[in-house]
Write a protein that binds this ligand. Structure first.
Ligand code: ACO
Length: 431
């Protein structure tokens, strides 16, 4: 038996895509996740198996995309495993972006699982990402138990907020100096990129959109989920400074009727944020407002006269991160508090260059992370450091759980102060 881990050739792309469950009309996510995004509705029906024409079209599109790096596992010439990385940039504390390898579309055929094919593909993807100069990998985990062994750990989170419209009065505020407008998908496609670019520059965890990202916006109905509606806000000078995509899904039962689902809402300033929500939380003929992919620290909560009108009905990890090059990645983000920290990383078998003792020094805009022979303040695992990288994890909790071992008094506090970020990291869309 001959096993090969390598990028698929163009003529092998058909077999490569056919390894993926969703290409065959099968679920790709664990059951609890299947109901995640759709508000009160179940996840839309799985697509039917892909046709040869569809697969040919994907191969053409992906082949032209120089950010798409497929990898495959072959056994005696047959493709049994498929995965890929997408190269993009992610915003880190301080507002800089870091080049990232986004692991996506991963599967091994049911007959060949638990034989190390994913591990082989993951190693090849890490090695290739490091060669491209990407110090970080990220992914959405289909199951929570798979990716920790490769060094991934939760880094951003998402919450599903639900508001009772008739209790959701907003506290009084200054009148809106701008104006709201309902627009079609063409207008939304035109203005979303610039609104998101401004938001992304400030929100840690936001991703650079991949080519074609905004093309998916449409005025067409998506089954019982209905069409997306687009609400746009302009400031007093007429410049667009906020957008929201929402739906009014049809419901077969009285229980879930009258729901407004906010699919996306971004604003570049508090006035636009408030104006968009003001209309959406008091939309006639609705009863409940559901916002499924929001940050946990949603400012709207603080704008309500009754904060209990809004509650988190579901939350989970969103993107998982994995530092591939610890010193490079750490030197590319900013730190909340000036200072230094000496830490040891050990046990990283897949990216062994990460193992060692590092001196991280942050002094305003000047950040360095270099190998040192100084005594370490703490020892940290790569998954724990990856969770802390975006500033969202708790150093205290990770230490309590045994992922960080302090060697000096105050080491955990210093780590927490340097790494934290406010607001919490969040990504408004995935990949
Ligand atoms: C980022 C994304 O694309 S998410 C989508 C992931 N895809 C899916 O969930 C589709 C269905 N699942 C699959 O196709 C496969 O089970 C995969 C791709 C998840 C894993 O592929 P495999 O080749 O079986 O993984 P591999 O044999 O390399 O496993 C490595 C380790 O992970 C463990 N593992 C793999 N899958 C799972 C799982 N679903 N649950 C728990 N442990 C798992 C293996 O037991 C093994 O453990 P070890 O390191 O202690 O020996």
């Amino acid at each position: 038996m001959v096993t090969q881990i390598r990028p698929p050739r163009r003529e092998e792309m058909d077999a490569y895509y056919r390894v993926l469950p969703y290409v065959n009309g099968l679920p790709q996510w664990e059951p609890a996740d299947a109901a995640w995004h759709g508000g009160p509705e179940p996840w839309p029906p799985q697509p039917t198996p892909a046709t040869t024409e569809q697969i040919e079209e994907w191969a053409e599109t992906d082949g032209r995309n120089d950010r798409f790096h497929p990898i495959a596992a072959f056994v005696d010439g047959a493709c049994v495993g498929a995965s890929a990385t997408l190269s993009f940039e992610v915003t880190v504390p301080g507002g800089e972006t870091v080049r990232t390898a986004g692991v996506t579309s991963t599967a091994v055929t049911a007959t060949h699982r638990r034989r190390g094919h994913l591990r082989g593909m993951m190693q090849a993807m890490f090695d290739a990402a490091l060669k491209r100069g990407e110090p970080l990998a990220m992914l959405s985990a289909s199951e929570g138990s798979i990716y920790g062994r490769y060094g991934f750990s939760p880094a951003t989170y998402r919450a599903r907020w639900e508001l009772d419209r008739h209790k959701a009065a907003l506290l009084p505020a200054a009148p809106d100096p701008g104006a709201l407008e309902l627009v079609d998908a063409a207008q939304a496609k035109r203005f979303w990129p610039e609104v998101h670019a401004k938001v992304r520059a400030r929100r840690v965890g936001e991703l650079s959109p991949l080519p074609g990202h905004w093309d998916e916006l449409s005025d067409d109905a998506d089954g019982t989920r209905g069409p997306l509606r687009y609400l746009m806000h302009r400031d007093e000078h007429g410049d667009v400074d906020g957008l929201a995509n929402f739906r009014l899904p049809w419901s077969p039962t009285a229980d879930t009727a009258g729901t407004l689902v906010v699919d996306a809402l971004e604003a570049t300033c508090p006035a636009a944020y408030r104006a968009l929500w003001t209309l959406l939380v008091d939309f006639d003929l609705t009863r409940t407002i559901v916002a499924p992919g929001r940050p946990r620290d949603e400012p709207l909560r603080w704008m309500l006269a009754n904060p209990r009108a809004m509650r988190i009905t579901r939350q989970s990890d969103n993107l998982w991160a994995r530092l591939l090059d610890v010193p490079l990645a750490l030197a590319q983000r900013a730190y909340d508090t000036a200072g230094s920290l000496v830490f040891t990383v050990d046990g990283d078998l897949m990216c062994p260059a990460n193992n060692g003792t590092w001196l991280l020094r942050a002094d305003g805009a000047e950040v360095t992370c270099v190998a040192t022979d100084q005594a370490a303040d703490l020892t940290v695992t790569v998954p724990a450091l990856s969770s802390l990288y975006f500033g969202g994890g708790s150093a205290h909790d990770l230490a309590y759980a045994g992922h960080l071992t302090p060697h000096t008094d105050g080491a955990i506090g210093q780590l927490a102060r340097m790494f934290r970020t406010d607001p919490e990291p969040h990504n408004s869309f995935g990949f």
